[in-house]
Design a protein around this ligand. Structure first.
Ligand code: 8Y7
Length: 276
């Protein structure tokens, strides 16, 4: 698959490191900030280490989508994300994934060297499908039920696997109609986005059915609250659970694993490939 200027073979699994440039991210909660905003030097150091540890993708987000997070203006999101995209593109050898639903950020980030659009709203915002198409970049379409602020209040499905799949295939159609190539589409069931633990587990068990097996799959479960509930673990103690979930996702067909803990997840990927 072609990610801007970089080509990556997704027939073997890849690790995506999470670089949050929001001051209120649920895990790294502003570690990359001071009172003046994002610290470029600090971000570059962390990014460099992630790539050294085995990340092929770096996911950069400027809008927190955790349940109850405050909305940011489009301008604020751009101000946070674009300088970081530019700095990483100039200094680090990785595909930059931009975690955004904003059409103008998609276009600007592509100009500054981003290689993938990761939209938790699956390009549903007005103008987003067109912007993604014009960016020329591949897209990751994710399923979410409801909106971030309220999505965990009462998630409900009659058949979660079928409904998530139908939604994603419908979004694929919207992309194809706008002229985005089929080969440029990655799908993601959206673990934790309007889902109970049972919904998440059902989706994980049937991951191969997602997109009818016709698209590369990205999964993000790293340190999410499901692990906290299933194991009774605080955020700081959720790495083993995250690694176990990564292994299951790999067995069930995931191509890209989006994580906080890159080195450890890269080990899981290696063992998975050697022991299959
Ligand atoms: C996901 C994601 C988040 C995910 C994709 C968190 C931005 C919440 N989760 N993008 N983003 N998939 N594609 O806990 O699961 O990292 S934010």
């Amino acid at each position: 698959m072609k990610f801007g200027s970089r080509k990556l073979d997704l027939s073997f699994p890849r690790v995506m490191g999470i670089l949050n440039v929001t001051p209120d991210s649920f895990y790294d909660g502003g570690k990359l900030h001071d009172s003046h905003g994002v610290l470029k030097e600090r971000v570059l150091k962390v990014a460099e280490k992630m790539v050294f540890d085995g990340a092929d993708f770096l996911d950069i987000g400027g809008e927190s989508t955790r349940p109850g997070a405050k909305a940011v203006s489009e301008q604020e999101e751009m101000d946070r994300v674009l300088p970081i995209v530019e700095a990483i593109a100039q200094n680090i050898d990785a595909v930059i994934s931009v975690d955004t639903s904003s059409p103008s950020l998609m276009l600007e980030a592509a100009r500054k060297g981003a290689g993938l659009i990761n939209d938790v709203r699956a390009l549903e915002r007005a103008g987003a499908v067109e912007a993604a198409k014009d960016s020329g970049l591949p897209v990751c379409l994710m399923h979410m039920q409801g909106m971030p602020a309220t999505m965990q209040e009462n998630p409900s499905y009659s058949d979660v696997v079928a409904e998530v799949n139908n939604y994603l295939l419908q979004r694929v159609d919207a992309c194809l109609q706008a002229g985005i190539a089929r080969e440029q589409i990655i799908l993601d069931p959206g673990f934790g986005f309007g889902k109970t633990d049972n919904h998440n587990l059902a989706l994980l068990k049937k991951l191969e059915l997602c997109g009818n097996g016709e698209f590369p799959l990205l999964v993000g479960m790293s340190r999410k609250s499901m692990i906290g509930r299933l194991l009774g673990r605080d955020l700081a103690d959720r790495m083993p659970g995250s690694l176990a979930l990564a292994m299951v996702a790999l067995r069930n067909g995931a191509s890209i694993i989006r994580v906080h803990d890159v080195a450890e997840t890269a080990d899981v990927v290696k063992i998975f490939q050697l022991a299959q």
